[in-house]
Design a protein around this ligand. Structure first.
Ligand code: MN
Ligand code: MN
Length: 464
């Protein structure tokens, strides 16, 4: 196999477009740390491009015609976009699907407590993290608090340079003898991931009253002042704790990007960008951005939810396909790229990789026939026929790609959303960008691979 650093192949236009896409991506990433923000920002980009909420069509019983651009907003946490093609929808769609949730810490329902004049927020981690990576970092709070009357309060603390940050403390090495003898998975325990958020007691007029937990009381006063909330309002909140700060160019040659949540916003952004940039296609094309992948794709906003199929039923109805075979026919004629990141080869950790079947930085977009673990268990395992078709499309559009697996046999493994639409009888293969330090607070990707992913998604939408 010819494995070449793609930078050597680039000419003037490539450099220009690569930089435009990567700069836009870096900004999107900094503004879209949690799934709600990614969905909101994606819908904003789509609306600017003329997309309309499907509900508008349903309410007016307006027929859908070729060229119509619609989106389905699922609870503000996942979204599906469609552009109706000139060909009948039952002939199948070309679908891109990525996830917009990322590993993080979530506040518990009763998070606030005081201990020895410190106020803390208690958390439960979300997705696969190495807990020791989350201490001594500047952290930010992102999310929503919903009042009993349904009113929604958006929370974002720690991103503006004038904002304070919060964080989790670690033990000093001087007293760390016992801690450093522990297994890495136990150095910091799940219940130890508590955020230090304050240390000033509430000023009491009457010192004799000896009100306890005055530091907590003071934090509640700050929250009341800033958001007009009571402690009970945490019960109906979704507040996510993520690394504070923007994504940055990485490397002295600026060839890479470091940022939080690139799994899987790097594929979400490039998929959406290609989808919005695609010229008019014969086939109906779709882009799905979903929540909950990191915890098994369950729930109403995960890929296992019926929301996508329901949307498709509505769309078929609005196109005059009232027969109950329409959705099934559409699915079995459809192609999908499950756009998700791959573990790129890291020379510092080479022993978990099979060098001939690993993905490499700067060698293009990565196709992954199967993920899973213990003998491909739980994986989609794309057919050879479908991979041949994809190879043909990629070569036709001069897309640089590599085909790899996720680490050595029995080194571990992972999953994506690929199997879910594959179970509905869609042709699916995993396809995405290689990542270093995946699931760490700050992940690294290569700009050339981001550019190739964009080209790949564009080629797939037009020609698969
Ligand atoms: Mn992923
Ligand atoms: Mn992941």
């Amino acid at each position: 196999m010819d494995k070449k650093n793609v930078w050597k192949k680039y000419r003037g236009d490539d450099f220009t477009l690569l930089n435009v896409i990567c700069d836009d991506y870096r900004q999107f990433l900094s503004k879209s740390k949690i799934e709600r923000e990614a969905v909101r920002n994606s819908i904003q980009l789509a609306e600017k491009a003329g997309f309309v909420n499907l509900n508008t069509y349903i309410e007016n019983q307006a027929p859908l015609v070729p060229g119509d651009k619609i989106y389905v907003n699922n609870r503000g946490k996942s979204v599906a976009f469609f552009i109706i093609g000139s060909e009948d929808i039952t002939k199948g769609m070309n679908i891109l699907g990525a996830h917009v949730d990322s590993p993080r810490l979530d506040l518990k329902a009763n998070p606030l407590y005081e201990e020895k004049d410190f106020a803390y927020l208690d958390t439960h981690y979300y997705g696969g993290i190495k807990k020791y990576q989350w201490v001594t970092l500047p952290l930010a709070l992102h999310g929503v608090i919903i009042r009993k009357n349904g009113e929604k309060i958006h929370v974002e603390v720690g991103e503006d340079e004038n904002d304070p940050v919060i964080g989790i403390t670690d033990l000093l090495p001087h007293l760390g003898n016992e801690q450093l003898k522990k297994e890495a998975s136990k150095v910091i325990e799940g219940e130890g991931l508590d955020l230090l958020i304050g240390s000033v007691p509430f000023p009491e007029e009457d010192d004799e009253k000896k009100d306890k937990e005055l530091v907590k009381k003071n934090i509640l006063a700050i929250l009341k002042d800033r958001y007009d909330i009571e402690e009970d309002d945490f019960l109906s909140a979704e507040i996510e704790v993520v690394p504070a700060g923007k994504a940055r160019d990485f490397g002295l040659d600026r060839s890479m990007i470091m940022g939080y949540g690139q799994d899987d916003k790097v594929c979400a952004y490039t998929s959406l960008r290609a989808f919005l940039d695609a010229p008019a296609c014969n086939k109906t094309i779709s882009c799905i951005l979903v929540d909950k992948e990191e915890i098994g794709s369950m729930g109403a906003t995960g890929m296992q939810s019926n929301f996508y199929e329901d949307a498709l039923l509505e769309i078929c109805n609005l196109m005059g396909h009232t027969e109950n075979t329409a959705v099934g026919r559409c699915f079995r004629n459809s192609n999908m790229l499950s756009s998700d990141v791959n573990a790129a080869y890291d020379p510092l950790y080479s022993d978990v990789m099979d060098k001939r079947n690993a993905s490499y930085f700067n060698q293009g977009v990565v196709f992954c026939k199967y993920t899973g673990s213990r003998g491909k268990s739980g994986s989609n395992d794309a057919t050879a026929e479908f991979i041949a078709k994809i190879r043909n499309v990629m070569d036709k559009h001069y897309v640089n790609f590599q085909i790899s697996e996720l680490g050595k046999v029995d080194a571990g493994g992972g999953g994506t959303i690929a199997y879910i639409l594959a179970n509905k009888n869609v042709n699916v293969i995993d396809c995405g960008v290689g990542v270093l330090s995946m699931h760490a607070p700050w992940e690294v990707t290569a700009k050339a691979d981001i550019y190739e992913a964009y080209k790949c998604y564009l080629a797939f939408l037009q020609d698969a």
